[in-house]
Design a protein around this ligand. Structure first.
Ligand SMILES: [Zn+2]
Length: 436
């Protein structure tokens, strides 16, 4: 249903009871991304939620709102968690937009909160200086980072040195804690592997398919000619693009599972590598904090249930050692994934009740200057899901259990610069000597 708000001396109402107000571009509360932004004139629809939501669900609603409709700029949850403001774009069919938004919201409000958050590790930094606000801008200003504006960054100098140090240090810690095998996997993954991994079911909005010009002489020539004299890149016509099922890999461990098929892990094993990961974020991209393309140091472990659980426990010590080495405030706590709306409630409930996922949270400053927790990695138990799907076993031929730890390198970089700033003397000596 629609809640009326009176703005500027009375908002116009449409025949079906929507309350609208015209808003200037920008609205003052939104950091708009660089993509697809034109001089839109926004209208706002206010919709009451059928069930009040807590701040966590409110955050998920706002973040996922970029995937609801191309006619919706963003959905904001009101501070009391009982209604939302839907900011629509120019020319939106408001009836259709509202109906679509309601289907999305109905799915999202089903999420059950209130699970006890368990903290399994907490590390306190020794540096007593203030957190640095505006890290992305400062890194760009110093020429250490270049932001392409589409969720990708280039970096060099101290940023590159720090990224490498994080990756190398954790690799070293894994080596001394576990009997790890080093590996390498490609950045592309085929659709069938992703489907088997359950990714299309859980995160269909984040997938990136590779498109190629269709194998057709005339179509290829048309594409070539169009671009030979154009100012901007002209993409091939839609009907001349085909997708053969290759995707950009969205989670570091997925490409490893097909390689395990038929293998026996009665003796548990650990693998580690640096993976390149891609998650389509639409307009949610945000500096080093939320990239489309980023790097992950992955640890994957496979064996029987006891082995997998013991590696997970020991991995906590590694994360603690890593946080101490870089001297940062850090906490590991139980968490859930931001699944796609329609399956979110069920999957989050399962994750929370089984305590199969923990997040490595590092406090940073958000765009509003307020302290927030940035998830810089996750520690996951998969049960025997991948063992069953990709047919690899542990003792007695039973499907093997597996688990993984993924650390987002660029987020660790962002967090470290936030917590130590740009005065080298505030950084731990072992780090300072290597990066500045
Ligand atoms: Zn993983």
């Amino acid at each position: 249903m629609c809640v009326s708000t009176d703005v500027d001396g009375g908002a116009p109402s449409t025949e079906h009871g929507l309350c609208l107000r015209d808003l200037p571009y920008g609205v003052g509360h939104e950091r708009t991304g660089g993509m697809n932004q034109h001089n839109h004139k926004f209208k706002e629809i206010i919709v009451a939620l059928s069930r009040g939501v807590d701040p966590e669900v409110a955050g998920d609603i706002e973040k996922q709102s970029v995937f609801v409709s191309q006619s919706i700029e963003r959905i904001y949850v009101e501070p009391d968690g009982k209604a939302v403001r839907i900011i629509t774009r120019d020319g939106a069919d408001l009836v259709e937009v509202e109906a679509k938004a309601k289907r999305f919201l109905e799915a999202m409000v089903r999420q059950v909160g209130g699970f006890e958050i368990k903290v399994s590790m907490a590390c306190k930094r020794r540096d007593s200086g203030p957190y640095h606000y505006g890290v992305n801008d400062e890194l760009i200003k110093r020429g250490w980072m270049y932001d392409y504006g589409k969720g990708q960054v280039a970096y060099s100098g101290p940023v590159l040195k720090l990224a490498r140090l994080i990756n190398d240090k954790v690799g070293e810690l894994y080596k001394s804690a576990f009997n790890v095998n080093e590996a390498h996997f490609p950045a592309m993954v085929d659709a069938d592997t992703l489907r088997k991994c359950g990714y299309f079911d859980s995160h269909p909005n984040s997938v990136s398919f590779i498109g190629n010009v269709v194998e057709d002489f005339d179509a290829i020539e048309e594409f070539r000619r169009a671009n030979s004299c154009s100012e901007d890149a002209l993409l091939p016509q839609r009907e001349h693009v085909h997708m053969d099922g290759m995707c950009l890999n969205p989670a570091a461990c997925f490409p490893c599972y097909p390689t395990l098929t038929g293998m026996d892990f009665s003796t548990g094993q650990c693998f580690t590598w640096q993976g390149r990961v891609f998650r389509y974020e639409s307009r949610n991209i945000d500096g080093l904090e939320r990239l489309y393309e980023f790097n992950v140091r992955e640890l994957m472990f496979v064996g029987d249930e006891n082995f997998v659980r013991s590696v997970r426990t020991n991995a906590l010590t590694v994360v603690e050692e890593l946080a101490q080495f870089f001297d940062i405030d850090c906490q590991v706590q139980t968490a859930t994934d931001p699944f796609f709306a329609t399956i979110s409630a069920a999957k989050k409930f399962w994750q929370a009740s089984q305590e199969v996922k923990s997040e490595i949270n590092i406090p940073v400053l958000g765009n509003d200057g307020q302290m927030k927790q940035l998830a810089c990695g996750s520690i996951n138990l998969h049960g025997n899901f991948f063992g069953k799907r990709f047919v690899f076993s542990a003792a007695n031929g039973e499907p093997a259990h597996s688990g993984c730890v993924g650390l987002g390198i660029e987020r660790w970089v962002f967090a470290a610069f936030t917590q130590h700033g740009f005065d080298p003397m505030r950084w731990p000596e072992a780090v300072r000597n290597k990066i500045f």
